[in-house]
Ligand binder design. Structure first.
Ligand code: HEM
Length: 176
């Protein structure tokens, strides 16, 4: 039974990662190029708002799945790997990598929050203002640079966390 639950949790964890990381690549590779084809600025801005909102929903659901499944996996690690109760968590690479992974996750969540609640809305406001004639191209460019830097940093941190997760499941570092 616990093996079945473990499989379900790993599946949920990976599904969450796909939903969280996949759209970040799609937005950078697909949407940025596609949005430039929309020459009518009010239409482009409306489409941008829809795409970024849906992107937020997908990423949010993904992150929720990752956190729920990850919490299950770490709460059951001792039983699942039949590890002695008195053995320290930090006495095995599995535990050390997990702690590093959680610290990197905390930094990633901070970067993500700054991007979602500050840099992203600020960029859309700057694009809108430029289209209405109250903003300047320089303001839009600076907002875009900040937003892009945060996006790339968040994605790089997510990819690094994935490496650590994969390490926890290899012969040298896992408990099996
Ligand atoms: C609350 C947050 C998280 C917790 C508690 C958590 C916990 C875990 C645990 C315990 C494992 C190892 C499972 C095993 O023993 O086989 C694991 C695997 C993994 N984690 Fe996480 N994790 C979290 C967040 C994340 C995030 C944010 C990512 C990536 C964006 C991630 C990516 C991975 C990957 C790729 C694996 C390997 C999956 C596999 O076995 O194929 N984790 N996680």
């Amino acid at each position: 039974m616990d093996n079945t639950l473990h499989i379900i949790a790993i599946w949920m964890h990976i599904l969450g990662i796909a939903l969280f990381v996949g759209p970040q690549f799609f937005l950078a590779v697909g949407w940025v190029a596609a949005s430039r084809q929309i020459t009518d600025m009010p239409t482009r801005i409306r489409a941008m708002r829809v795409v970024t909102r849906r992107f937020g929903y997908l990423g949010g659901v993904g992150l929720g799945l990752i956190l729920v499944a990850g919490t299950y996996l770490i709460a059951t690690w001792r039983d699942y790997y039949s590890y002695p109760d008195d053995a320290a968590f930090t006495g095995v690479p599995y535990g050390v990598i997990f702690i590093i992974k959680m610290n990197v996750l905390a930094v990633m969540l901070i970067v993500l929050a700054i991007h979602t609640f500050w840099a992203g809305p600020r960029l859309i406001t700057a694009i809108e203002a430029e289209a209405e004639g109250t903003g300047t191209p320089a303001r839009t460019r600076s907002a875009r640079m900040v937003s892009m830097t945060l996006s790339i940093a968040g994605l790089a941190l997510a990819l690094a966390i994935m490496v650590m997760g994969a390490m926890m499941n290899t012969k040298n570092y896992s408990l099996s």
